[in-house]
Design a protein around this ligand. Structure first.
Ligand SMILES: Cc1ncc(COP(=O)(O)O)c(C=O)c1O
Length: 356
């Protein structure tokens, strides 16, 4: 009799299949996506670029065209860039390269996939709670990073789901004090404009992770990239899947980078909407709102979070329920288009007034 459970590492048995709630006809503000469609001219340009391409050959494993475009966008040389099938894939690859068999320090609460990928890679997670207000204490990070077996430190700025940033000075302090690889996830960089990229020149153990899923609205095509020193990118190239990013996604992502002014306008609109939404949520009695420099807002109310989540869903708005020991009573709403934000605000006001 085959007993699959006996054939896998025990820690894998504790993992759950990733679940995405599906509700048709709702306003979807649960995944920090960019809810704006591409403008028609961008779509037509992308379709023109794809027209006539055949996809019978394997994609370029080094994604040269996309990396060249990214080098121009980021100011980082192409050989210090590796692209991935979403930044999720690169998180797993980095865990496999640097953390397997060792320990990973993760500043929590944060994006859940770091701990999941660490566990899959066979690394031990050392959760390091952020301070009240969610700032990162560099001394505490360095103390944790100094523990035996720590090979990787994970930071996220702006942090999902708390929305606050880590200043480049703090990142530099951490880099100066540790020999572990420091992974700084800048998935939401475009919404705050603050980056640690200049630190790459001095710190070969810094890895910056970015994605096309948020500001560029390309979550469905799964394009992420990392910026790092040559030694780190060389190591990642050794172990990554050779054809990890498909030809279609490579082509579209490179094309989108030629439309940057369009996306920059959108990003400014989203940031303006975020600030308006923050201010409006703060005016609702009993709602606590945390400041955000990303395209989402963390909040809590006086009522049980599950009740608030369901109350919003009944009114046609899907948000993310985060209630748990790290973030008691908390939910996260992504910033959508003005009509979506208005519907969310109306629903939240009703839920709070009616207590669910
Ligand atoms: C902080 C952070 N990093 C990475 C990701 C994953 O991005 P991708 O779509 O590139 O896999 C997300 C998605 O929500 C995120 O919030």
């Amino acid at each position: 009799m085959l007993e699959v459970k006996k054939l896998v590492r025990p820690e894998l048995l504790a993992l759950e299949p990733y679940h995405v709630p599906s509700h048709s006809g709702v306003i979807k503000l649960d995944a920090n996506e960019n809810t704006y469609d591409f403008p028609q001219e961008v779509l037509e340009d992308v379709f023109r670029a794809v027209d006539g391409q055949t996809f019978g050959r394997y994609p370029d494993p080094s994604a040269e065209v996309l990396r060249t475009a990214l080098a121009e966008y980021t100011g980082v040389a192409p050989d210090r860039i590796v692209v991935g099938n979403g930044s999720d894939e690169l998180i797993l690859t980095l865990m496999l390269a640097f953390a397997a068999g060792g320990k990973v320090v993760i500043a929590t609460p944060t994006f859940g996939m770091y701990a999941i990928h660490a566990t899959i890679a066979g690394a031990e997670v050392v959760a390091l709670p952020r301070r009240a207000g969610f700032s990162v204490d560099p001394e505490a990070v360095l103390a944790a990073a100094g523990r035996p077996g720590v090979r990787l430190v994970v930071l996220c700025s702006p942090n999902n789901p708390t929305g606050n940033t880590i200043s480049p000075d703090v990142t530099a302090q951490i880099l100066d004090g540790t020999g572990a690889v420091v992974l700084l996830d800048e998935a939401y960089y475009e919404f705050c404009g603050e980056t640690a990229v200049p630190l790459l020149a001095r710190h070969p153990h810094l890895v910056i992770l970015r994605t096309f899923s948020k500001a560029f609205g390309l979550a469905g095509l799964r394009v992420g990239y990392m910026l790092a020193g040559e030694e780190v990118t060389g190591m990642v190239r050794r172990i990554k899947q050779p054809f990890n990013l498909n030809a279609f996604s490579q082509l579209v992502a490179a094309r989108l980078l030629t439309w940057r002014p369009v996306f920059e306008r959108r990003i400014r609109e989203i940031c303006r909407s975020r600030d308006e939404l923050l201010a409006a949520m703060r005016r609702i009695p009993g709602v606590t709102v945390f400041p955000s420099r990303a395209n989402f807002i963390l909040f809590r109310t006086l009522f049980p979070a599950q009740q608030v989540y369901e109350g919003l869903l009944v009114r046609g708005v899907l948000v993310r329920l985060l209630d748990g020991p790290d973030l008691p009573g908390c939910l996260r709403v992504s910033v959508g288009q003005p009509d979506e934000n208005a519907a969310f605000l109306q629903a939240l006001t009703e839920v709070v007034e009616k207590r669910g």
